[in-house]
Design a protein around this ligand. Structure first.
Ligand code: NAD
Length: 469
C-alpha cells in the first residue's frame, strides 16, 4: 500500500529531554531492570508491540518509503521480531555470571565475570530501517538490563510517530522512552553522559556523535555505511548473480546499508552478465518501473535530487533506467556500465537503486581496487570457484563478507553484524547486541587463608629471602 503522504510529526521539546532522562536514571536506580524476569516481561511486551501493530507498521513504512508490503515484512518487521524473540529466549543464559577457565593460581579467589548493564543508554536510528535499526538494538539493551532513550529518525516520521505512540503503551516509561525530533533534540541528547550510545547512520553525523560522546567518555557503537563492493568472477553463476544482485540493489530502493553499492565484473564475463541483468530487470520491473508495485521510493525529494545529480554527472553508459522524478521521490532502477574509478557514482555511498559496473581484468585487480578504499560494511563475491572465494575473503577486510548472495547476512542468527574502520565499530544483533550493552565486570572474592600459603609474599618488608623465594 504505497501512500507517500507525509504525516505531520511533532518533535519532543528540547527542554523536556532532561526530564525524560531523569525518569530513565530513576528507573535504572530502582534496580528493577537487574531482575531478569522483569527484562523478559519488557521483551514480551516489545514483541507484542510489533506483532499486534504489524499492519500499522506496514502502513507507516509505505508512507515513509513507499515500501511494498512484502519488503516491509521480509526485510524489516520479521527480522525485528526475531531479534526480540532471540533476546527473550536467551536472556537468562546470556546474563549468567561466567567463570574463566580453571587455573590453579587463581581458582581459590573465585574469579567470575558478571554481566552488568551499562546503565542508561541512548539508541539513535536512521531513516532507512526505522524499526530494525532502532528496536533491534533495543531488544539487546533491554535484555542486558539497561534503561533506554530511543531517538528515531525524523526523516521516517510516520514510523517515528507510531513508535512514539506505542512505546509508552507497551513498555515501562522508566525503562524505555522516545525522543522525537532531529538535530536540536539529538544535539541535546548527546550532551549527556550515557552508559552507551548506539548510533546507526551516516559517517558524517557519526563524527558529530563521536566528538560529543568523547566529552563525557561515553562509549559508542557506530553502525555506518559506505560503498560495499561486489566482485563477479568468471566462475560465477551469472543468472543467479544477476537475480540476487539486482534484487539487493533495488530492495528499499537501494536504501540499505548492506546494499551492493558497485560491481567489479571480470571483463571476460561482462557481456553475458549484462545480458542476464537486462533479462532480470525486465522480469522484475517491466518496461515502466515507475508503475511497478515492487519498488520503494526514496525517503525525501532532497535525497532523490542527490541521487539525480550523481546519475546526471556520470560519465558511464546508462543501459537501463536513468529517470528520476524528484517530487515523486522516484528513481528508476538504473544500471550504468563502463564506470571509472573517479566517476560521480564512485564518490559516495549511492543509497539508491543505481548500479555502476566497473570492468576489471582479474580478481587481483578487484582486490587491489577494494583495498585502496575504506573498509566496506560488507564485501560480496559471486564465484563458484572455491579458491577464488577463499582468496577474496583472505586478502580483504570488511564488516562482513558473503559469497553468492547479498543483503541477508545481518539477519543470520548467531553472526555478529557490524562494520570495521570507516564502516563502523561494534556489533548489534543477537548475543552480540546484548554484549554491546553489557559491562563485563571482573570480580574476585579472596579468602583470608590464602595469605598463609601464597599471598603474604607481597607485604613489606621486602626481604632478600622473599626475593629469593
Ligand atoms: P543520518 O546520519 O543522516 O541520521 C541518523 C540519525 O542522526 C538520525 O536520527 C538523525 O536525526 C541524526 N542526525 C542527523 N544529523 C545530525 C546532526 N547534525 N547532529 C546530531 N544528530 C544528527 O543517517 P541516515 O541518512 O538516516 O541513514 C543512512 C546512513 O545510515 C547510510 O550511510 C547507511 O549506510 C547507514 N546505515 C547503517 C546501518 C548499519 O547497521 N550499519 C543500517 C542502516 C543505515
Amino acid at each position: 500500500p504505497r501512500r507517500l503522504v507525509a504525516m505531520s510529526s511533532s518533535s519532543t521539546p528540547v527542554e523536556e529531554i532532561s526530564k525524560i532522562r531523569e525518569a530513565l536514571v530513576k528507573g535504572f536506580a530502582s534496580g528493577k531492570t537487574k531482575n531478569v524476569q522483569y527484562r523478559k516481561e519488557q521483551l514480551i511486551h516489545l514483541g507484542y508491540l510489533l506483532h499486534e501493530n504489524r499492519d500499522r507498521f506496514v502502513e507507516t513504512l509505505a508512507t515513509d518509503l513507499g515500501r511494498p508490503t512484502l519488503e516491509a515484512d521480509f526485510l524489516e518487521i520479521n527480522g525485528t521480531i526475531s531479534e526480540v524473540q532471540e533476546a527473550y529466549k536467551n536472556v537468562e543464559k546470556w546474563s549468567k555470571p561466567e567463570s574463566p577457565p580453571f587455573t590453579l593460581n587463581w581458582f581459590f579467589m573465585r574469579p567470575k565475570i558478571r554481566r552488568e548493564p551499562k546503565g542508561v543508554v541512548l539508541i539513535i536510528g536512521p531513516f532507512n530501517f526505522p524499526l530494525w535499526c532502532l528496536l533491534g538494538p533495543l531488544a539487546g539493551a533491554i535484555a542486558a538490563g539497561n534503561t533506554v532513550a530511543l531517538k528515531p529518525s525524523e526523516m521516517s516520521s510516520a514510523t517515528a510517530d507510531l513508535i512514539a505512540e506505542l512505546i509508552p503503551k507497551y513498555l515501562d516509561p522508566e525503562v524505555v522512552s522516545v525522543v522525537k525530533g532531529g538535530i536540536p533534540q539529538t544535539s541535546k541528547l548527546i550532551e549527556y553522559p550515557w552508559g552507551h550510545i548506539c548510533y546507526t547512520g551516516s559517517q558524517r553525523v557519526a563524527k558529530i556523535i563521536g566528538t560529543a560522546a568523547a566529552q563525557s567518555l561515553t562509549p559508542v557503537t557506530f553502525e555506518l555505511g559506505g560503498k560495499s563492493p561486489v566482485i563477479v568472477d568468471k566462475s560465477a553463476d551469472l543468472k543467479l548473480a544477476a537475480r540476487r544482485i539486482l534484487w539487493g540493489k533495488c530492495a528499499n530502493a537501494g536504501q540499505i546499508c548492506v546494499a551492493p553499492d558497485y560491481l567489479l565484473v571480470l571483463r571476460e564475463v561482462e557481456e553475458p552478465f549484462i545480458k542476464e541483468l537486462r533479462a532480470v530487470y525486465n522480469s522484475y520491473f517491466g518496461a515502466n518501473p515507475a508503475k511497478s508495485d515492487s519498488l520503494s521510493r526514496i525517503i525525501s525529494p532532497q535525497h532523490a535530487a542527490r541521487i539525480k545529480k550523481l546519475v546526471d554527472e556520470t560519465k558511464g553508459n546508462i543501459i537501463t533506467g536513468g529517470e528520476v522524478d524528484v517530487d515523486q521521490r522516484y528513481v528508476a532502477p538504473t544500471i550504468v556500465r563502463d564506470v571509472a574509478n573517479d566517476d560521480s557514482l564512485m564518490s559516495e555511498e549511492i543509497f539508491g537503486p543505481v548500479l555502476p559496473i566497473i570492468p576489471v581484468d582479474s580478481v587481483d585487480e578487484a582486490i587491489k581496487f577494494i583495498n585502496s578504499r575504506d573498509h566496506p560494511l560488507v564485501l560480496y563475491i559471486f564465484a563458484q570457484d572455491r579458491k577464488v572465494k577463499e582468496k577474496v575473503f583472505a586478502s580483504t577486510n570488511s564488516g562482513g563478507a558473503v559469497a553468492n548472495d547479498v543483503v541477508l547476512h545481518p539477519a543470520a542468527a548467531g553472526l555478529p553484524f557490524g562494520g570495521v574502520g570507516a564502516s563502523g565499530s561494534g556489533y548489534t544483533t543477537g548475543k552480540w547486541g546484548f554484549n554491546t550493552f553489557t559491562h563485563f565486570r571482573a570480580t574476585l572474592d579472596v579468602p583470608g587463608w590464602l595469605d598463609k600459603i601464597a599471598l603474604s609474599h607481597r607485604f613489606p618488608p621486602y626481604t632478600d629471602k622473599k626475593l629469593a623465594d
